[in-house]
Design a protein. Structure first.
Lengths: 312, 528
């Protein structure tokens, strides 16, 4: 088990390294810099600023210095928010984004699994077509369209739910979570339908029916575990994707999470902020992929004993 | 009064392409305390009949047109789903063909075993587990306690089938339906499972409905045989009368297809085409772990123009040996020569040049053909790859190949799924012959086929061997098949070659105990 995790982490290091390097040089190759503003800065001040942030060094030296800091877990100072380090800003925004992502994931799972399993029980009938068509719409509809639409219907016409903020008014977390989760609900619905259809055609399902089990027990006790394996494997990447992809929703609903800082950083050429967020999010993606792989393998008895050592 | 009496049962499948009558006015009975066998090829409707009376045929597409099935005074076909559920698993239990796929891989054996008990008898978990363990011991599982908390993948095929049998018998059913319960098993395991079913039937006094495509298998255990063809019952009676005086032409055909007889040994001058010395093929799963010695120190000669039968159970290393010779798996150690050329050290381009001289026919004609390639493409690929013909001669070469393997030329643009198993195996044979090889490894080429088709393919292989002057390594777990086609026999057991000799010698005076046990396990060797 430990060996498996160790190998996976070692495999992840080069990935993150490539991400850092590519981002570093891409950001630098974009025109403009953090101190190019509308208002003119006196050349001496600009020079002092650049010296302070090491921008006067040759590019490769900056790169090496950045890697050195990174090795100590220091993502550097923010260029745009003087006096605050990137670490501080990230950890301030993370809880909000993580909470939003978690709610979105729970909504996605509840809706997705229910719809997928329901559809798989009667394939190629209305019971299958209706939820699956809705899922297709969910996948196709971008959150910058769905969000305002939900705001319009539930916030303005029906006046049921608040339309902005995070934790200020009761119920203001519902719309962002639904907006963010809906696309994932649709993916999960399709994954669970496909997984369940495959398992329901297995011989051991016939064995279970031959025992005289009622259909609901066949589905829940015998089919669900195998049928939802693809969903579990998808959860890790999905959660990482929710964290990294929440900036649209955070912008629509004015939520002070990570995503908004990320987008702002790109506009401001806040080099360390862009790099720091990218490194952080890519590490999260790698981490959650690893976690979901471990869970998926643990749930499969044929793979489980790989972790316990011994028989293969 | 019979235990189960099926009368005029008709079942159809309604698909987009029309209605297909799978079972047509079928009547049969299972007497109490007797084994009734239904015999027929795949598609004869034998399984569908049995699934239909238990409500296990999915509707739609299935549809029960008419008929009744009286069991203990009630008509099963008139019962509601809930009433039928109460009978399934309690009074009528089933075991299925493939024990590898019929147990839930995610559930512990114990939990699966006690499910029918807790369901039908409302028994608490503790006593249910006691009963399950006793039954596991009865069906020959050595450590019932450990087995209860094991998962299916920890057991071999034969052991899993024992678990299935225990699961079926746990509620003391009055009728056991066994659907090809030994078809997926090795010949020695098959003999054990057949014996177990017969013993349990006598001991518990239950009725058994035994479905099989193999007359030889049921000849040992059945009290009555029902022969089905294309959804109809064509003949039924005592095994003795069926075997000795078959009335219907189809029954006669089935009997004739049972592999029997022995190849009249050609007087081939021993001219070794392939020489194998101390071959080892080991697999290492994880670094540091004990390697799996699939082939362990095997020395063997294959003579030009002979068919060498390689016999062994699953896991004996016989397929790995075949693949090693063709250099399809990396070998660990040893020497192999083909006409004096060292096979074991060929690399890259030289190896590729050699490939067209040695070909392989695989077991499963359903899996070994690319489903997205037409027959034409499948046959054209090796022809062009090895430069056997140019584009101009391609059509002609493909037509010749199809003629040789007995496929109608009109099929050339069809895809594998449009063919039956036997036809697919003909395509696979055609593909192997395309490069005009001198040596062919045939790995269980007929074990996935029905008996009558099996006889046809064996005949075809024997003809082609002569016509093309082929040398063949014929791998099979079925001694009766080997006996029909092989000149010499080599027996493998746990990676080692334990016996080799001429076919007559191995069958008449086997030197090893293991070979004797294989011979004793041939079904039909001790008919009732």
């Amino acid at each position: 088990m430990l060996r498996f995790i160790l190998i996976r982490i070692l495999q992840a290091l080069p990935v993150i390294f490539v991400v850092i390097t590519a981002t570093f040089f891409l950001v630098r190759s974009a025109p403009g810099g953090p101190f190019d503003q509308e208002k003119v800065v006196i050349p001496e001040v600009k020079k002092a600023l650049e010296a302070q942030y090491r921008l006067d060094l040759p590019l490769h030296e900056q790169y090496i210095a950045y890697l050195g800091d990174l090795a100590h877990g220091d993502l550097g100072p923010s260029f745009k928010y003087p006096g605050r380090s990137v670490n501080e800003i990230l950890f301030a925004g993370l809880p909000v984004t993580a909470e939003l992502g978690l709610y979105a994931l729970i909504i996605a799972l509840c809706i997705g699994v229910t719809a997928g399993v329901f559809a798989s029980l009667r394939p190629n009938t209305a019971q299958d077509y209706v939820p699956m068509s809705l899922a297709m719409i969910g996948i196709c509809m971008p959150s910058f369209l769905l969000g305002p639409l939900l705001v319009l219907v539930f916030g303005i016409w029906l006046d049921w739910l608040p339309i902005t903020g995070w934790g200020d008014i009761p119920g203001d977390k519902i719309l962002p979570a639904v907006t963010l989760g809906s696309a994932y609900a649709a993916y999960i619905a399709r994954l669970s339908r496909a997984g369940m259809l495959e398992i329901l055609s297995q011989d051991y399902i016939r064995t279970a029916r031959a025992k005289g089990l009622p259909e609901w027990r066949v589905v829940i006790q015998h089919a669900l575990r195998g049928g939802l394996t693809p969903v579990i494997a998808f959860l890790g990447p999905a959660f990482a994707g929710l964290l990294a992809g929440s900036f649209v929703v955070e912008t629509i609903f004015q939520i002070p999470g990570l995503g908004r800082f990320y987008v702002q950083a790109a506009f401001n050429r806040d080099y360390t902020m862009i790099l720091g967020t990218t490194v952080f999010l890519s590490s999260l993606i790698v981490f959650f992929n690893l976690v979901s792989d471990i869970i998926a393998a643990w749930l499969n008895p044929r793979l489980r004993h790989q972790f316990q050592g011994g028989r293969s | 009064m019979a235990l189960l009496n099926v009368e005029n049962l008709s079942v159809s499948f309604v698909t987009r392409n029309g209605t297909n009558k799978a079972v047509d006015n079928v009547s049969f009975a299972v007497e109490e305390r007797q084994i009734t066998a239904i015999i027929g090829e795949s598609g004869s409707g034998k399984s569908v009949s049995c699934y239909a009376i238990l409500g296990l045929v999915p509707t739609p597409p299935g549809r029960i047109d008419n008929g009744n099935a009286h069991f203990l005074g009630q008509d099963l076909l008139a019962l509601s789903e809930a009433e039928l559920r109460a009978i399934r698993g309690r009074d009528i239990a089933m075991i299925f063909q493939d024990p590898m796929t019929c147990l839930n891989p995610f559930m512990k054996i114990g939990d699966q075993l006690i499910e029918p008990l807790t369901l039908h008898e409302d028994l608490a978990k503790g006593p249910a587990r006691e009963r399950a363990m006793a039954l596991l011991a009865e069906v020959g599982i050595w450590h019932p306690q450990a087995a209860m908390s094991a998962f299916p993948h920890e057991f071999s095929g034969g052991m899993r089938q024992r678990v299935m049998i225990a699961m079926a018998l746990i509620n003391e059913p009055k009728l056991l339906i066994a659907d090809e319960p030994t078809t997926a098993l090795d010949v020695t395991i098959q003999a054990q499972i057949l014996k177990l079913i017969a013993e349990l039937q006598t001991k518990r006094d239950i009725g058994v409905l035994f479905i099989s495509h193999d007359l030889a298998v049921v000849s040992d255990i059945a009290d009555k045989i029902v022969v089905m063809e294309k959804g109809k019952v064509v003949e039924s009676g005592q095994p003795k009368s069926i075997f000795e005086h078959p009335q219907h032409p189809y029954t006669q055909k089935l009997l004739a297809a049972i592999p029997s007889g022995q190849k009249t040994a050609d007087t081939v001058a021993p001219d070794p085409l392939i020489r194998i010395e101390h071959l080892r093929t080991w697999f290492t799963a994880t670094a540091g772990a004990e390697p799996v010695k699939a082939v362990d120190d095997v020395s063997l000669e294959i003579h030009r123009g002979e068919v060498l039968g390689l016999v062994g159970e699953s896991g004996s290393g016989k397929s790995t040996l075949g693949r090693s010779i063709l250099r399809l798996v990396p070998i660990t150690d040893g020497q192999m020569t083909f006409e004096g050329t060292a096979l074991s050290s060929l690399k890259g381009h030289k190896l590729k040049q050699f490939r067209h001289r040695m070909q392989m026919i695989f077991q499963d004609p359903y899996a070994s053909l690319n489903p997205r390639m037409t027959v034409y493409d499948t046959l054209a690929e090796p022809l062009l790859l090895h430069g056997m013909v140019n584009k101009a001669g391609l059509d002609q070469a493909i037509r010749e190949l199809m003629d040789n393997v007995g496929l109608a030329r009109a099929f050339v643009r069809k895809y594998p799924h449009e063919f039956s198993g036997g036809q697919r195996q003909r395509i696979a044979i055609g593909r192997a012959l395309a490069t005009r090889p001198e040596f062919i490894v045939a790995d269980e080429p007929v074990s996935a086929l029905d008996v009558t088709i099996q006889a046809q393919i064996l005949g075809l292989l024997a003809d082609l061997t002569k016509e093309y002057g082929l040398t063949m390594l014929f791998i099979s777990h079925d001694l009766a098949v080997i006996r029909q086609i092989a000149d010499r026999i080599a027996v493998m057991y746990r990676g080692k070659l334990v016996e080799k000799g001429s076919t007559a010698q191995v069958f008449e005076s086997p030197r090893q105990d293991y070979t004797r046990s294989l011979l004793a396990a041939i079904p039909g060797s001790n008919p009732v």
